[in-house]
Write a protein that binds this ligand. Structure first.
Ligand code: SAH
Ligand code: SF4
Ligand code: F3S
Length: 482
């Protein structure tokens, strides 16, 4: 959802039409240089951070087309849903929402409803032609064609573009920060994924991996810092395979070098990143994290399973031993590093013993936090074609509950270990539960809350907080002067 104010304060895109991108000339048929029309758009995003970042690119394209943002779909001329296909449940939730928007369409003449993102890519014109749920279908690499598609849809034509690209990175589009706290922002550094994990739909919905021009990433981060942002999260499905050739300077930029460039913008700009693939994260990256105080000591390192046979069926291309060695290496180079993981319970043919090995690797890794799911077969993936989804749902759910319980204990223990310590917290807002408390995160990405009292503290400040108590999800502390 969108912060109306955010659209007023942010600068936007190219402000010229037509414009050139990678040698192609693009025309925005709705281009409105002074951006004054009374049309409004509403956008709702699902799925991963990359989808939320994409919605900010879409907002920029729409604003150049004369559309203002609204937080209330009831006011909108254009309702967009940026969708996720990662698990069946995600798609079902979104379908329900699209049905509601279908009804909302009827209450305002000329109102259009569009589906963006991974479900648009996966289902292509099905939502438009067979199910007649939406007027527009736009895949993740086709957002530049949105203005043309809106015009088509307005005249009652089928408006679909789900072409995937090998080079689109939207590098030249300045995203409009939606729903922003003014402190943290996402910056997309690459798109797509070449990994082909057998359970995963992303390579099909997002296409081939490509890295974004490093200069444009640094410029976007610098611009955010100039506007008062204090924390930037670099986003990609597999950030460690970031690779960009700087032809001007005849050099190659790896992820470690990119991290360094962003860290050097200012010591008071925190740098985070997600996601790291265990096969690709290098010592060079770990040393860069250790070298710069402002690169946060936190790594999200999805394990998926702790068993070698299952890891092989998943096509994760590392073994249990390799993964454990990575955990050791992280702890050796960055001793106080926060680590989290994604875990899938009940993948095809998983036995009880193999499930126990997942629990065992969780205990070995001592994750501070976990994102845990039961396997959901996705049509068209390697696993759907090759392996039977043969673990009954109640067993998947029971194994997931066991995994969740283990993670609960690990998170609680990890937080208990922090009681008595003092952390540098970046304040990002008020506690949702109690407005008398500030909320922020420490270097390791743990949420900390502390009483406001009458201290002269504001959002975006770094403060020292001594931890006195905890739950599994939150550290509770008190402000201490430096
Ligand atoms: N690029 C990231 C993850 C992207 S998807 C990586 O490689 O780690 C986020 C998480 O969703 C995955 O890590 C996985 O744990 C989960 N996931 C993906 N496909 C799934 C499926 N078919 N069923 C259940 N969980 C799935
Ligand atoms: Fe999916 Fe694997 Fe790529 Fe992650 S690395 S997006 S899990 S295919
Ligand atoms: Fe979902 Fe697509 Fe992200 S499937 S997790 S929105 S890349």
């Amino acid at each position: 959802m969108i912060d109306d104010k955010a659209t007023e304060i942010q600068s936007i895109g190219s402000q010229k039409n037509p414009y050139e991108h990678n040698g192609d000339v693009f025309e925005n048929p709705l281009f409105t240089p002074n951006r004054v029309t009374n049309k409004k758009f509403y956008i709702e995003s699902y799925g991963c951070a990359m989808n939320f970042a994409d919605s900010e690119v879409v907002a920029s394209i729409l604003q150049e087309s004369g559309y203002g943002a609204t937080k209330h779909f009831e006011e909108a001329d254009l309702i967009l849903v940026n969708t996720c296909s990662i698990r069946e449940k995600a798609e079902l939730t979104i379908r329900k929402r699209l049905t509601e928007f279908r009804k909302a369409k009827e209450s305002k003449s000329g109102r259009l409803v569009g589906v963006l993102g991974c479900m648009a890519e996966r289902l292509k014109s099905q939502l438009l032609e067979e199910e007649k749920l939406v007027d527009l279908v736009v895949g993740p690499d086709a957002y530049r064609s949105l203005p043309a598609l809106i015009l088509e849809a307005e005249t009652g034509q089928k408006a679909v573009n789900v072409l995937l690209s090998r080079d689109e990175t939207y590098a030249d589009i300045s995203p409009i920060r939606l729903d922003s706290n003014g402190v943290s922002a996402f910056v997309s550094i690459m798109r797509g994924c070449n990994n082909m994990c057998s359970f995963c739909v992303v390579p099909f919905t997002r296409g081939r991996e490509r890295s974004r021009d490093a200069h444009s990433i640094v410029a976007e981060a610098q611009d955010l810092f100039n506007k008062g942002y204090k924390e930037i999260t670099l986003l990609g499905q597999n950030v460690d395979s970031y690779y960009w050739i700087d032809e001007e300077n005849n050099s190659t930029i790896t992820f470690a070098l990119l991290l360094e460039k962003i860290a050097l913008i200012s010591p008071s700009l925190r740098v985070r990143f997600s996601t790291s693939h265990p096969k690709d994260i290098t010592d060079e990256v770990l040393h860069t994290i250790a070298k710069y105080e402002n690169i946060c000591n936190y790594i999200h390192l999805p394990v998926q399973s702790g068993n070698n046979r299952i890891l092989q069926l998943m096509n994760r291309t590392y073994t249990r031993e390799w993964y454990m060695a990575k955990i050791d290496r992280i702890r050796e180079i960055i001793p106080d590093c926060g680590i989290s993981a994604d875990i899938i319970a009940g993948f095809c043919s998983e036995t009880e013993e193999e499930h126990q090995e997942t629990i065992d690797i969780m205990q070995y890794s001592k994750y501070d936090y976990g994102y845990m799911y039961f396997y959901s077969e996705r049509p068209g993936t390697l696993a759907a074609r090759r392996y039977e989804d043969d673990i009954p749902e109640e067993i998947k759910k029971r194994r997931l509950a066991e995994i969740v319980e283990v993670q609960y204990q690990l998170s609680l223990q990890s937080n208990k270990n922090d009681v008595g310590k003092t952390f540098k917290i970046l304040v990002d807002g008020e506690s949702k539960k109690d407005i008398n408390f500030w909320k922020g995160r420490n270097d390791q990405n743990k949420v900390a809350v502390f009483a406001k009292e009458n201290f002269p503290i504001k959002k975006g400040d770094y403060v020292q907080v001594k931890i006195n108590a905890c739950t599994k999800g939150t550290l509770l502390g008190e402000y201490v002067k430096d």
